[in-house]
Design a protein around this ligand. Structure first.
Ligand code: BMA
Length: 871
């Protein structure tokens, strides 16, 4: 059987041979070799003897789908029919070849980067180990189990739900898990260290899968190996950055060895050490002269330095490891002030407003997320000028590749640990298990410059104190005391200790939202971070959201429907009504406190009605109008809230909306759907996150024009505004030279509302923009009335399409104000550089289309509509 291990093994053999020729060394002198174990895999349902082809890394559900044993769980309500899978045991097997010389190595280890979850691992029918944590990398010595020739690897996955149920029974009381999609008495997710969202969430399906979800490697080594490297930054200034490289080693016997450190392949330090048999730690100092600083997106470059440590004996190189670092200082500043206590990021000494989002894995079946798909996620964030992404605690510690992309693109990471809206069982073995999960993951990600802070959990404390968990999960006083004690143990002892040991300078925040470090100090608007769900769950208006400043808003959001193209991919025409059986089924955000059965679809309708006129019909083909309005309501809301957060800087210093992406095609808070298609919200967020924005707001009878700048230098600009009517007639205009203050928000112009609105708030609007050296920026429009109340005229939109080097240029112009002009192409897949914008008469808009199709197909396929078309 073909196996990549063989090929690499040949290379290893040749390397060993040449070494033999040059230095006359004997066996056991080869440098360590790391090889991915790739090969042909088979899997079966344990109670059934049918072995079928499988993909590793992969999932049981992915393999069942590929073998046509289940239907696509994302299509219509197929999810219902695959629930049996979680209650079964599954087995995977492969055969790999090892040849004689390979066995001459003193040690061969097998490394599992991700096993999901309860796995018994057999090599040649001997049990090597059992695992119980999806998040941990497991490494086992296997030399004694290996034989010359074919070796059989078999992995038995126990049903996570059955094992979880046994643990629940043993625990004796329910441990709260708010979002798990199962009866409260059956919720087992908290007992298993596995992605919580696999068990269902308020935007995702329940697909409790199993499998080898990350790659497997074989490592052969002799005498000693490097287990890990921590590049500890000591001091940074413009002339020098000083570091200690902390190297973890394992040795099979006492030996005199040398550890060297290289910066971008150049020698930077060397140390002779005597290691003892077993685990060793070696530290050596090094420096980087005139370091180039790493900056978050928008503020500068992201230079990276490759730090390599090499371990050698007198005669041979034994092992090497490399990590890429960025030189930067980062703090989360918590200063007491007249309001409360700040919560902001200081990067390289500069306070930086965090513009970002909350991220979930962009596929429920995580191994399906290819590098290209990861790139799309990160690009969507950075194209929208974001500088922070929150790896939210209900999913997984992300892949190395994800953090590499964040490093390269200047995207700071708010890193949650994987606990969300739930509590933690307190038995010793569970706590031991999560301790090793903490150590393992912190070690894996700590060298990334993008990691800005660690956060213990998502909403566990607010759930405990605010959502009535004790009653919901029928806990008596004793049980609930135990639950709270366990919480304290995990988030105030085990986790902070692990961070201290493994990444001592990192900032730790026990829970989000939180006002203070202490567990019993609930979140508030004056200190720390908040999840501002007065929008959506609290039905607040966009204006209500920005009445008073908060310090750092790490969640808020609104749902919308994905585009028709996406809807068509998972439904049929009879489903196209917001109240259809399918959309009721797909919708997981339930709000029984509003009324019985009230859900997210109803809430979307509430927001649409708050701001827009309802189309006469919104089912079947007309459903498209409702979908469009749902996206406008979401996008307009997000834009206004972001502008509000930014205008409050420096009191407010962060805005992370919920949520960037989807894990299946659905109705949710995402601004980009499962197929990475941008909703209106993503375009509007991009506008609101621009480096410099002009924000015209009606406040206390006055129009205040704020300019918010993230630039680190003051800038001379002209502030322009024009008052226009629906036909585009200019009623008044003004130009003011201003100096836009660096890294600040200020009012640069104020005027009575009545004066600007001409007493005709439904007929006029104010166009605002800045000019800098002839370049236009910060475009915005102030309307004095909600879209539903505007006296919009029916526009005639002219379009011309021409081929350009980038794709196709589409120029749109309108005879009257055309509000929220949307472009879509049903038959071709492509991207419009701008969308859902307002077109003012006399100001044509140029859009680039990139994607499938040619001039004639695009001309035929392009659909342009505006708000006035919905009623
Ligand atoms: C937040 C998140 C998620 C949830 C989202 C929408 O609180 O932390 O748990 O999916 O709200 O309800």
């Amino acid at each position: 059987m073909y196996n990549k291990f063989n090929i690499n093994f040949l290379a290893l053999l040749l390397a060993g041979f040449s070494f033999f020729v040059s230095s006359c060394s004997k066996k056991n002198s080869n440098p360590s070799q790391l090889t991915e174990l790739k090969g042909d895999w088979k899997f079966r349902q344990v109670k059934n003897n049918e072995w079928m082809p499988a993909k590793v890394p992969g999932t049981v559900h992915g393999d069942l789908l590929a073998n046509k044993k289940i239907e696509d769980p994302y299509y219509r309500d197929n999810e219902k029919r695959i629930q049996w899978v979680e209650k079964e045991d599954w087995e995977y097997k492969t055969t790999f070849n090892v040849e004689g010389a390979q066995l001459d190595n003193e040690n061969v280890d097998i490394i599992f980067q991700g096993l999901d979850t309860y796995a018994d691992i057999y090599l040649n029918d001997s049990l090597i180990s059992k695992t119980d944590n999806m998040f941990v990398t497991y490494e086992f010595p296997i030399k004694k189990f290996l034989k010359n020739g074919n070796n059989d690897l078999r992995i038995y996955f126990h049903s996570p739900v059955n094992v979880g149920m046994e643990k629940l029974k043993k625990n004796g009381y329910l441990v709260p898990a708010v979002n798990e999609y199962a009866d409260t008495s059956q919720r087992t997710s908290v007992f298993t260290r596995k992605a919580p969202f696999h068990y269902g969430w308020d935007w995702g399906p329940r697909i409790v899968t199993s499998g080898v979800w990350r790659p497997i490697f074989l490592k052969s080594w002799n005498t000693s190996k490097i287990d890990g490297l921590f590049v500890e930054q000591k001091k940074v200034d413009t002339s020098l950055a000083t570091y200690s490289a902390h190297v973890d080693l394992t040795a099979t016997k006492a030996a005199d060895l040398t550890v060297e450190v290289f910066v971008d392949e150049k020698p930077a330090g060397k140390k002779d050490v005597s290691v003892t048999s077993g685990k060793n730690k070696v530290s050596l100092d090094f420096e980087i002269k005139s370091p180039k600083l790493w900056w978050s997106k928008g503020l500068g470059e992201q230079p990276m330095y490759k730090i390599t440590t090499r371990l050698s004996s007198k005669a041979n190189v034994l092992d090497t490891i490399s990590k890429s670092i960025g030189v930067r200082t980062i703090e989360i500043v918590r200063d007491a002030d007249s309001i409360g206590k700040s919560f902001y990021v200081k990067l390289n000494g500069v306070p930086v407003f965090m513009k970002g989002t909350n991220y979930i894995p962009s596929d429920n079946l995580i191994p399906n997320i290819t590098p290209e798909r990861y790139q799309k996620v990160i690009k969507a964030a950075t194209d929208a000028h974001m500088n922070m992404i929150r790896v939210w605690g209900g999913a997984v510690y992300e892949s190395d590749y994800f953090y590499d992309l964040c490093d390269k693109n200047g995207l700071l990471v708010w890193q949650d640990f994987m606990f969300a809206c739930s509590m933690v069982p307190g038995d010793t073995s569970h706590l031991k298990n999560i301790k090793s999960e903490f150590d393992d993951n912190i070690k894996r990600i700590r060298n990334h410059p993008s990691i800005a802070l660690y956060c213990g959990n998502n909403e566990n404390m607010v759930a405990w104190y605010g959502w009535g968990l004790k009653k919901m999960f029928k806990l008596n006083d004793q049980d609930s005391t135990e639950v709270l004690e366990t919480y304290k143990k995990v988030f105030y002892d085990i986790l902070p200790k692990s961070i201290k040991e493994n990444d001592p300078h990192a900032f730790y925040w026990p829970t989000s939202p939180g006002a203070e470090y202490e567990f019993d100090k609930g979140a508030n608007n004056k200190s720390g971070d908040v999840h501002d769900w007065s929008i959506w769950f609290g039905k607040a208006s966009f204006k209500d959201m920005i009445k008073e400043p908060k310090r750092f808003v790490s969640e808020y959001g609104l749902q919308s429907f994905p585009s028709m193209k996406t809807i068509k991919a998972f439904s049929i025409e009879e489903d196209w009504n917001y109240k259809s059986e399918l959309f009721q089924y797909k919708q997981r955000s339930m709000m029984p406190w509003i009324s019985k059965g009230f859900n997210g679809n109803d809430m979307i309708m509430e927001y649409v009605k708050m701001y827009y006129k309802l189309p006469a019909v919104y089912s079947g083909q007309d459903f498209e109008k409702f979908v469009y309005l749902s996206q406008l309501a979401q996008g307009e809301g997000l834009k206004q809230i972001v502008e509000g957060h930014r205008k409050f800087m420096p009191v407010c210093m962060g805005s992370l909306y919920w949520q960037l992406d989807d894990c299946w095609p659905t109705v949710s808070w995402s601004t980009m759907d499962y197929y990475y298609r941008w909703k209106a919200g993503h375009y509007m967020i991009r506008k609101a996150y621009e480096e410099i924005i002009a924000v015209p707001l009606v406040e206390n009878g006055k129009v205040n024009i704020y300019v918010v700048s993230d630039r680190l230098k003051d800038a001379s600009m002209t502030l322009n505004y024009r008052v226009l009517d629906m036909t585009g007639k200019e009623i008044s205009k003004n130009q003011l030279p201003i100096t836009v203050s660096k890294n600040a928000s200020k009012i640069y112009f104020a005027e009575q509302e009545k004066t600007l609105s001409q007493g005709r708030p439904k007929d006029v609007y104010v166009e605002v923009f800045l000019t800098e050296n002839g370049k236009r920026l910060g475009d915005n429009i102030l309307y004095f009335a909600a879209p539903k109340d505007l006296n919009l005229l029916k526009p005639t939109i002219q379009q011309t399409i021409t081929k350009s080097d980038k794709g196709y240029e589409i120029e749109l112009s309108s005879n009257v104000l055309a509000k929220n002009v949307s472009l879509s192409s049903e038959g071709t897949e492509g991207f419009f550089s701008n969308n859902y914008m307002d077109i003012i008469p006399g100001s044509p808009v140029k859009i680039t289309y990139t994607g499938e199709g040619n001039l004639s197909s695009i001309e035929k396929d392009l659909k342009v509509m505006s708000l006035k078309d919905t009623y």
